[in-house]
Design a protein around this ligand. Structure first.
Ligand SMILES: [Zn+2]
Ligand SMILES: [Zn+2]
Length: 218
């Protein structure tokens, strides 16, 4: 006969399918023992379900056929369902083996699904990182080209009135002198000599870094 029982286990326990279980009726309680360890007592409703099995004996022996965790309170306290059979009959062993196999299949399936998901997630993150690095590279390249062009214009001004410098550097209200360093290459930057990025307004470092690349990196 198969019976389903639920109980809460505290402490470190080890209960496996096909383990021998002893139910002991003592002090109005049904205690559950496996491998000589006290696993707990049956809940009141389960107790009433089991009491008729005891007849006049104090102890019944059985086999655990299935374990199902229904609630985990913390690492050491769990409520579990156990399918219990009164005797270790061969055909029950057979049923139990089927249950174990089924559970193992389910576990293997879940594991492979999780692995698949992990691989997909990994490649997604890698792609995202590569895109970001590519974008930073592009911005730095663009900034360096821009700086180079400014430098060339300084060396070869095309007439003072329509100097490209003035186009790129519109007359500004004099701003306070700013000394800082590049977050990327640590070079010192000086608002008297270094120009600003037209998008983020940070001082443009000769390495190409500015607020635009900062935002992508951090
Ligand atoms: Zn730099
Ligand atoms: Zn920028």
């Amino acid at each position: 006969m198969l019976q389903r029982m639920s109980f809460t286990i505290s402490g470190i326990y080890y209960l496996s399918v096909l383990a021998k279980i002893k139910l002991i009726y003592i002090d109005e309680e049904v205690r559950i023992l496996a491998s000589g360890l006290n696993l707990g007592t049956l809940t009141e409703s389960d107790k009433n379900q089991f009491l008729p099995l005891f007849n006049n004996v104090r102890m019944i022996e059985g086999v655990c056929h299935h374990i199902e965790h229904i609630k985990t309170y913390n690492i050491n306290t769990k409520t579990i369902h156990v399918i219990f059979s009164e005797a270790n009959h061969e055909h029950l062993k057979y049923i139990a083996a089927g249950m174990v196999q089924h559970r193992q299949q389910q576990e293997a399936e879940l594991k492979s699904q999780a692995e698949e998901k992990r691989i997909l997630e990994e490649s997604r993150l890698r792609r995202k990182q590569e895109e970001k690095e590519q974008r930073i590279k592009e911005i730095k390249e663009r900034n360096k080209n821009h700086l180079q062009m400014m430098l060339n214009n300084k060396r070869n001004p095309i007439g003072s009135s329509n100097n490209l410098l003035e186009i790129f550097l519109p007359k500004q209200v004099p701003q306070s002198h700013r000394l800082t360093h590049c977050f990327d290459c640590k070079r010192e930057l000086d608002s008297h000599h270094d120009i600003k990025c037209t998008s983020c307004r940070w001082l443009l470092c000769p390495c190409g870094a500015c607020g635009c690349t900062y935002n992508l990196m951090y």
